[in-house]
Design a protein around this ligand. Structure first.
Ligand code: ZN
Length: 497
């Protein structure tokens, strides 16, 4: 037995290193790759994916996992074996032909989606989507599931989650959000966010973004900040966690809040247990938990009165003409303006989750066969009108707005709303345990919060499943109450309702 575990670790570390190289290639594609390099890069990525898949499915690894699974191991080795088994089982169940078909179908679908969105013509994307859904059904059947077919796909992003339970949680959430939104929209005292829409020098925006990241505890020696069309975080290794942002000269908020959001993702990756680098326990446990870290910094911290009290003097210094005379309350109300909108990525704290719930319900209906691809635009518009009170004038700003489905990412969206719920629950627990937390934020002291997250979430990596991690970190199972209560408290006061 003593020889088996080191050999197992050597094999999975090699797979993890290849995965890191693959991530670096895709990071480079977003940031530096010259246009003529795209076809070559696609071949490089596909070749690496093939090598990784072979190594994951390798018989020696399978035998080691089987023997170690039967052995009695310490908690960390046991978690590594369990997680490697979970990933390998999924990989070996997928026939190589299906993996190839999925990869080709999603390349074609991505092109078709782009054209359909540009030309606002659903019929260009619909047949490709139909094919992809057929393939995702085959994938689900191949990997297997309990309950609804959707679970096979959801499990890849949020291990152990069951859509039947998630849907019940989301029903509860929607029952809180829809009336709250209605009440906010009827309030006579609507916030004005025009102060954010003045001209803000991009160089100075970058400076404040870097200052915020440094104050949060982001380690620039273990990462870097670049610009991309859609901000993202890529962690090749605990020592190399890169983030991107985007700047708009006529709006202060996208870059500032992208720094907080991506910074939250990056703190998680930089805080994973370095001693176990290259093994499953040193990787993020789920997309929902990942998103909880970004949402916590973006919303619970970044949109709080305390955070704005800390940053406003610095903003006044950097932007005296734009913000010199701005009061804290004006800024607080501006960054927290709620308005139902068509586009998910621009949505505020109250409406964001409604965009997600709509997508998850449509995905379930498609996979169960209860809805046809051709009905999607109509269903989308009906649901937008019902839940948000707005409907898109065209499909480009409706059902065609997100890239996810063209990648074959079904079961991915719910993790965004789960992230909001986890974030509120974690922040509440942290505030209960650290009485000075909010006052500290007003002084720019973020270390106690980071330390708390390090201990309760980051350092635990994948030792616990997401639902157990939340319970262990907060003492309670997932519950919508903290999120719903924090929103009604905050926005009730802000809108004087
Ligand atoms: Zn995110």
């Amino acid at each position: 037995m003593p020889d088996l575990y080191p050999r197992f670790i050597a094999l999975i570390r090699e797979i993890s290193a290849l995965g890191g190289a693959r991530m670096l290639l895709s990071w480079d594609q977003e940031i530096c790759l010259p246009p003529k390099g795209v076809p070559g890069r696609a071949r490089q990525l596909a070749a690496l994916a093939g090598v990784i898949h072979e190594k994951v499915c390798d018989e020696e690894l399978g035998t080691l996992i089987a023997e170690l699974s039967a052995a009695s191991l310490e908690p960390v080795p046991a978690a590594n074996v369990r997680e490697a088994k979970r990933e390998r089982d999924r990989a070996v169940k997928l026939p190589a032909s299906l993996v190839r078909e999925l990869s080709e179908a999603s390349s074609l679908a991505r092109d078709a989606w782009l054209q359909a969105r540009t030309q606002d013509d659903w019929s260009l994307f619909a047949p490709r989507l139909e094919t992809l859904i057929g393939l995702k059904r085959r994938e689900a059947e191949a990997v297997g599931y309990a309950g609804e077919i959707y679970n096979a796909l959801l499990d890849e992003y949020e291990p152990g989650a069951r859509v039947e339970e998630v849907a019940a949680v989301f029903d509860g959430l929607k029952a809180e959000l829809v009336p709250l939104l209605g009440a906010l929209m009827e309030a006579p005292d609507q916030p004005d966010d025009s102060v954010l829409r003045r001209t803000y020098d991009v160089g100075l925006q970058e400076r404040i973004g870097r200052e915020v990241l440094t104050a949060m505890g982001y380690d620039f020696e273990a990462g870097r900040l670049d610009v991309s069309a859609h901000p993202f975080t890529e962690g090749m290794d605990v020592g190399d966690v890169r983030i991107t942002t985007r700047y708009h000269e006529d709006d202060l908020t996208p870059a500032l809040y992208a720094s907080l959001h991506e910074g939250g993702h990056a703190l998680y990756e930089q805080g994973l247990p370095a001693a176990h680098a290259g093994t499953p326990v040193a990787t993020a446990v789920s997309l929902g938990i990942h998103e909880s870290q970004s949402r916590l910094w973006e919303n619970c911290v970044g949109r709080s009165r305390e955070f704005l009290a800390w940053i406003l003097p610095r903003l006044r210094e950097l932007f005296p003409e734009q913000l010199g005379g701005t009061e804290l309350e004006t800024l607080y109300r501006a960054v927290n303006r709620v308005a139902p909108s068509l586009i998910r990525i621009e949505a505020d704290e109250v409406t964001y989750s409604l965009h997600i719930i709509l997508r998850m319900e449509l995905e379930r209906a498609l996979l169960r066969g209860d809805a046809a691809v051709n009905d999607l635009p109509t269903l989308w518009n009906e649901r937008m009108r019902e839940d948000l009170g707005v409907a898109p004038a065209n499909d480009a700003e409706g059902v065609l707005q997100d890239i996810h489905w063209s990648f074959g990412l079904f079961g991915y969206f719910p993790t965004y709303a789960l992230g909001n719920l986890y974030a509120a629950q974690l922040f509440r627990a942290a505030a209960d345990e650290l009485p000075d937390l909010r006052d500290g934020i007003a002084r720019g002291e973020f270390r106690p919060l980071l330390d708390w997250l390090r201990e309760r979430i980051h350092r635990r990596g994948r030792a616990l499943a997401p639902r157990d991690l939340i319970r262990a970190a907060t003492g309670r199972p997932l519950d919508v109450a903290d999120f719903a209560d924090s929103l009604s408290e905050k926005f009730g006061a802000l809108y004087s309702i």
